[in-house]
Design a protein. Structure first.
Length: 362
């Protein structure tokens, strides 16, 4: 990231202004050290006319709020020569690498090589790899947030779990020089400073061990998220049944622990399993994001939450039978979502050329 005037507000482009993204934008704007341009899609008209309505456990009731600017598409810094380069592009969209277009292509027009820091406030493992290749001269930062914020209906944010956010630097093997790494660390710390300027309402810290923090959150996301989507069940009801925890959630978490150690040398303490099992407030009947997307008929972000840890396990020879079954079921759900959402999905009418497309005769 290039030099930034210490007294100049950071110029931030936010891509994905749903529940989490809007709370990120609000905290940055409230702190007074950043100006946020938010790219909106389905909620653009509602927010443009009425602003956001925010019901927040941290910030209280906020009516008719807007970031510095609201956009309906990704701006091009090369075509709009009057526009100052963005210091940060923060991505808070769902991560669905199996569904085009790719986010690297979407944000490319807004990136100034060698200057813009790209912040991925997204869940999952190995999400940074496409960005290393697409933007080799730019810092790629990791953002992990433990929060509960849902947009429903469009333009209304229900923020019901206290926010904890961790910003760090992905270990980039392409950017091996000391100056590149130190520049990325400086960009991460500057963003933390702008975030925490909001005040005690937010808890944002610099995370020096990104690998640990991402595997740690996978304990929850590779278990509760996937099982919730498959069963259509909130986390409180899972805990009430007990057997779903004992037969599915806990085994999934233990498989993630074993994979993290073997594949990445990351030691996830045993006590974290029980912490994650009871992480959600019991009487809130929380629906993990993958279940929310299922109920809305959207694509689910399962590849980086379940597929990538499964592939890492297979690479190092760790047995993950529960994870494999969950992954297979989620792939089936994604196929069904594709039939609903993509016009070019073709359901085969004959078995020609298919492994299991026989005529059914015995």
């Amino acid at each position: 990231m290039g030099s930034v005037d210490a007294y100049k507000k950071l110029q931030v482009l936010l891509v994905g202004s749903g529940g989490i993204g809007t709370m990120v934008a609000y905290a940055l704007e409230k702190g007074g050290k950043a100006e946020v341009a938010a790219v909106l899609r389905s909620n653009f008209e509602t927010v443009f006319e009425n602003g956001f309505t925010i019901h927040s456990v941290d910030h209280g009731e906020v009516l008719d709020w807007r970031p510095t600017s609201i956009l309906d598409s990704i701006p091009s810094v090369s075509e709009e020569s009057w526009r100052a380069p963005y210091d940060y592009v923060i991505v808070t969209t769902k991560n669905v690498p199996d569904i085009p277009p790719q986010i690297t292509d979407i944000i490319a027009p807004a990136i100034t090589p060698g200057h813009t820091a790209i912040v991925l406030i997204q869940n999952g493992l190995n999400i940074e790899r496409p960005f290393f290749s697409a933007f080799p001269a730019n810092p790629i930062l990791s953002g992990i947030t433990f929060s509960g914020a849902i947009e429903s209906p469009p333009g209304t944010i229900n923020h019901h779990n206290h926010e904890r956010t961790f910003i760090g630097v992905f270990d980039n093997p392409i950017a091996a020089s000391y100056s590149q790494k130190s520049r990325a660390i400086a960009a991460a710390r500057r963003l933390v400073d702008a975030y925490t300027a909001c005040g005690p309402e937010v808890d944002c810290t610099y995370e020096p061990d990104v690998a640990y923090s991402r595997w740690r959150k996978l304990l929850y996301n590779a278990s509760y998220n996937g099982v919730a989507a498959i069963l259509g069940m909130d986390t409180s009801r899972m805990r009430f049944t007990e057997h779903i925890i004992d037969d599915l959630i806990r085994p999934l978490m233990q498989e993630i622990r074993a994979t993290a150690k073997a594949a990445a040398g990351v030691e996830l303490e045993e006590k974290l399993v029980e912490t994650m099992i009871t992480a959600d407030v019991y009487d809130k009947f929380f629906k993990p994001s993958m279940l929310q997307d299922m109920e809305k008929g959207k694509f689910i972000e399962f590849e980086n939450l379940v597929g990538e840890p499964l592939r890492e396990a297979e690479r190092v020879g760790v047995e993950t039978p529960t994870l494999k079954v969950v992954y297979g079921l989620l792939k089936g759900l994604q196929f069904k979502a594709g039939e609903r959402n993509l016009e070019d999905v073709v359901v085969p009418r004959s078995g020609e050329g298919l492994r299991y497309g026989g005529c059914g005769k015995s």
